[in-house]
Design a protein around this ligand. Structure first.
Ligand code: PLP
Length: 375
């Protein structure tokens, strides 16, 4: 596998250091409290068929890159939903159901979040209405129907599907279970994040006193990244260097960190990393990410297919790992950083580094996975 180190085709697009960095546990807990994080773990770890997803050691890759260890959290094994999103939407459905009972839930989604909401609704015997844009594949829609949801396709992009979801939910008195926050809509996105933070609790148990030096966190609207940062604050003594990774075509967190305020991007080209193709960081996650990430990096789509193949052919570790498109950006940006001496130095990546990467999803979109695997 000595093809990777020094192979300059593993590129990043943009990189910035956060000038406003000031990691403050109390400030983070003022947005997502210890109690909210702990409650989510207590509830989810009692769900039927719950078990921690594996934390793989990508020892072949770490030796190639001259790092001490690379941990890879394999979310392809999350329940039977194949992505970390299973932890968020379904947990929010349960919490809202507990306070309101007889409800119909609704959401707009790029795929994985909706699948989680549909699954959560099915567990509790609730009706579920899902709104998707014209860009969401039919196989993702079918998966949601498989959990009993009614799926509505809306012309245009994700924003259009969200607008239609809000309109129809108001009219029909459905409970919106959205992973994005807006004015006076903060409880559900917070519950969703609390659910995601379960990953960090599991990781803190799995690393067995190893100190994580760096964590690469994928971002779409920033919910998962912020949840993991809150999880670091809750469960880790030593706070690693936090690096946010985004597609070059949808680097809304990078732009917000650069300008120290939320910016809205006009996405010209949808990234293959569909779940991360978002034009604006969500308000609640922003309040956490804002001062807590050290760096932001963006990457092109070029190496997604290679990375999927390398994961699948046990080129990074002993195991064959099924990683979908959104599972790749941590690996891609880490390799790109290590192959650039200036960046490697800036990030302090060296033989003592123990890096944590998130394998956010498996072959959720099986058709796309096969295309990328065989490209
Ligand atoms: C499948 C998938 N969807 C969505 C996201 C983005 O999550 P969020 O919108 O909470 O930042 C990710 C990871 O970043 C992902 O892997």
């Amino acid at each position: 596998m000595s093809l990777i180190s020094n192979d300059k085709s593993w590129k990043y697009s943009n990189f910035i250091e956060n000038k406003y960095f000031n990691f403050d546990r109390d400030q983070i807990f003022s947005i997502l409290s210890k109690n909210e994080i702990d409650s989510a773990y207590k509830v989810i770890s009692n769900w039927e068929n719950y078990s921690s997803t594996p934390l793989e050691n990508l020892y072949k890759l770490s030796s190639e890159l001259g790092l001490k260890k690379i941990f890879y959290k394999d979310e392809s094994k999350r329940f039977n939903l194949k992505s970390f999103k299973a932890l968020g939407g379904a947990y929010a459905v349960e919490k809202i159901y507990q306070s309101k009972k007889n409800i119909t839930v609704s959401t707009a989604t790029a795929g994985n979040h909706g699948r989680s909401v549909a699954w959560g609704a099915k567990r509790l015997g609730l009706n579920c209405k899902i709104f998707i844009s014209e860009f969401v594949s039919e196989s993702r829609a079918e998966a949601m129907r498989g959990f009993g949801a009614e799926v509505f396709r809306v012309k245009g992009n994700y924003d259009n599907s969200l607008k239609e979801c809000i309109k129809q939910s108001k009219k029909n008195r459905w409970e919106i279970i959205q992973d994005v926050a807006w004015e006076k809509y903060e409880l559900v996105p917070k519950l969703t994040m609390a659910g995601y933070a379960v990953m960090m609790k599991e990781i803190s148990d799995q690393i067995n006193k190893n100190k994580i030096s760096h964590i690469f966190l994928q971002a779409g609207v920033g919910g998962m990244a912020a949840a993991m940062i809150a999880g670091c604050a809750r469960y880790l003594e030593h706070i690693p260097k936090i690096i946010i990774v985004e597609p070059e075509s949808a680097d809304c967190v990078l732009k917000a960190v650069e300008k120290n305020k939320i910016v809205t991007l006009d996405i010209k080209k949808e990234s293959l990393m569909g779940g991360m193709s978002c034009g604006e960081v969500s308000t609640i996650p922003w309040k956490i990410i804002n001062n807590s990430c050290n760096f932001c990096i963006s990457i092109p789509d070029d190496k997604i297919s290679d990375t999927i193949k390398l994961l699948a052919t046990s080129s990074f570790s002993e195991k064959k790992i099924i990683g979908g498109e959104c599972a790749t950006p941590g690996i891609i940006s880490l390799i790109a950083s290590c192959n650039n001496n200036k960046l490697k130095g800036k990030l302090n990546l060296d033989k003592n580094s123990q890096v944590l990467l998130l394998g956010c999803e498996g072959d959720v979109d099986e058709e796309l996975y096969q295309i990328l695997l065989n490209k």
